[in-house]
Design a protein around this ligand. Structure first.
Ligand SMILES: Nc1ncnc2c1ncn2[C@@H]1O[C@H](COP(=O)(O)OP(=O)(O)O)[C@@H](O)[C@H]1O
Ligand SMILES: [Mg+2]
Length: 398
């Protein structure tokens, strides 16, 4: 039964969404500041004291509550993309490709000289073929409603006869994936700085009842200062209870998804454990050239931490990579406090981090705002637009 499901999984198209990056992984196997209101200022109390920690925590709960309210206010607004816009942008270079289309560095023709953006072009035909219309609508609606320091936002969206377009700020430091492979592995100091931001981002998404479902270094961008932006909201969905869709990336997928069980927010905490491991080791915990073996290792939770991991890190990973949902951190009574209060994060000032007041341990080398040297080269393709409006009704809500 399990094997049958796993076979189905390997064939599942949605799993293969990030095929370019899958290729990258396989190839390797083979050889804006959001400030808190004054009321939440931390400067009055030294943040290392217990009193201050409690104050920070309740101040942060108020922040989350406000962010959620803002999110749902934007979410409830009806916004339909204009059917023109492409002509306003000058295409410069492809930054990345996925299975639907590509992300291109563009410059707004009329705006000031530094008006660079990343434009995700998604072909309507491919969305229809891969039955991703609901996911893509979620991607648009969620990304236009989200404002969080460590998550990508949407500046414009438009559509034409053949494509839909999402225009986002260009995050020029490149993917975490690129830097991780360049450095081979991150120090625990750097991993902790990144892991803390991802934790706050997932905590915020879950607070808004949004599942992320595609956490991995390819989808995490580094900005010019060295802070993170989680990109690719393509599998984000508002889920209050459980859901059943098979999606994700093999190495990062949670066991309950493989086993076709209904699943919830805990899947993101599993992937978070995988990310913690990969950042510190340079490779993911469950890996094999055979996807079936990857799934087998995941459902039996077979992995080994390198001896270089600190005992605190090993302990945190052990608590994230839990098959038993009643023991997996993030999914327990105390929610994200179990991670935030964990020894590995003992020196992390969560409020200062949210306010981007911590000096990043690593800054990507960037020569100019439009520097693409932190991105892999891709073959360029001309975007061909049909004479008639394809799938007009299906994309009416975009
Ligand atoms: N805002 C952005 N700034 C810079 N590069 C980006 C941005 N958004 C996406 N990219 C690049 O394009 C790649 C593909 O984008 P993504 O949204 O992940 O598409 P897909 O859903 O096809 O995986 C990313 O992995 C990244 O390299
Ligand atoms: Mg992606």
């Amino acid at each position: 039964m399990v094997v049958q499901m796993m076979e189905q999984l390997t064939q599942e198209k949605t799993l293969d969404k990030d095929s370019e990056h899958e290729k990258k992984r396989n190839a390797e196997k083979n050889d804006k500041v959001i400030k808190l209101g004054v009321a939440f200022s931390t400067t009055m109390v030294p943040s290392s004291s217990a009193l201050s920690k409690n104050r920070n925590r309740s101040a942060y709960s108020e922040v989350l509550e406000r962010l959620k309210k803002d999110f749902y206010q934007r979410w409830d607004r009806k916004s339909v993309s204009s059917s023109s816009g492409l002509d306003e942008f000058l295409k410069i270079k492809t930054l990345g490709t996925g299975s639907f289309g590509r992300v291109i560095l563009v410059k707004h023709k009329e705006n000031s000289k530094d008006a660079y953006y990343a434009m995700k072009c998604i072909e309507k035909l491919r969305i229809m073929k891969l039955k991703q219309i609901e996911h893509t609508l979620y991607e648009k609606k969620i990304s236009e409603s989200i404002r969080f320091p460590f998550i990508i936002s949407l500046d414009f969206a438009f559509k034409d006869n053949s494509y839909i377009y999402f225009v986002m700020p260009f995050i020029n430091g490149g993917e975490m994936f690129t830097h991780l492979r360049r450095m081979r592995r991150f120090t625990e100091v750097l991993s902790r700085f990144y892991a803390a931001q991802v934790l706050l981002a997932l905590e915020f998404l879950h607070y808004c009842d949004i599942l992320y479902r595609d956490l991995k270094p390819e989808n995490i961008l580094i900005d010019h200062k060295g802070y993170l932006k989680i990109a690719d909201l393509g599998f984000c969905k508002i889920v209050k209870g459980r859901t059943w869709t098979l999606c994700g990336t093999p190495e990062y997928i949670a066991p309950e998804i493989i086993l076709s069980k209904g699943y919830g927010k805990a899947v993101d905490w599993w992937s978070y454990g995988v990310l913690l491991f990969e950042m510190n080791a340079g490779y993911p915990p469950f890996t094999s050239s055979d996807p079936m073996k990857v799934y087998e290792r995941i459902i039996t939770c077979r992995y080994k931490c390198p001896g270089t991991f600190s005992t605190e890190l090993q302990d945190l990973i052990k608590n994230m990579l839990q098959l038993d949902l009643s023991r997996r951190f993030g999914n327990l009574r105390n929610g994200t406090q179990d991670m935030k209060n964990h020894r590995w994060f003992k020196d992390t000032d969560w409020l200062a981090l949210y306010n981007r007041q911590i000096e990043p341990p690593f800054k990507p080398a960037i020569k100019s705002v439009a520097d693409t040297s932190n991105f892999d080269p891709f073959d360029e393709e001309t975007i061909r637009i049909s004479d008639h409006d394809l799938y007009k009704d299906e994309f009416e809500k975009f």
